[in-house]
Design a protein around this ligand. Sequence first.
Ligand SMILES: [Zn+2]
Length: 101
Amino acid sequence: MSAETAAPHPLRLAAFPNRELGIVWDDNHESYLPMFELRCACPCAKCVDEMSGRKTLRDETVAKDISINAVHPVGNYAIGIDWSDGHDTGIYTFKKLRELG
Ligand SMILES: [Zn+2]
């Protein structure tokens, strides 16, 4: 069994009006992730330099009132998030979401 499949999986995801993404995990843990922080932690190639792994996104360019338009499953290990600023290339693994929470 790989580390990805052994990681906890979200049972439910909910975008709250206070701009938090709530996650109920299959081990009964609950995470409440501020959307702004989640957007700033975007791991995609536009936000993180692939070669160095260094973050290139500048937090001050992210709107404080950023919100989530849609969440869609990616395989059995991650979710993709469509942000209100049109950014939709970030893939958030369950492992990363759990670490953020
Ligand atoms: Zn990104």
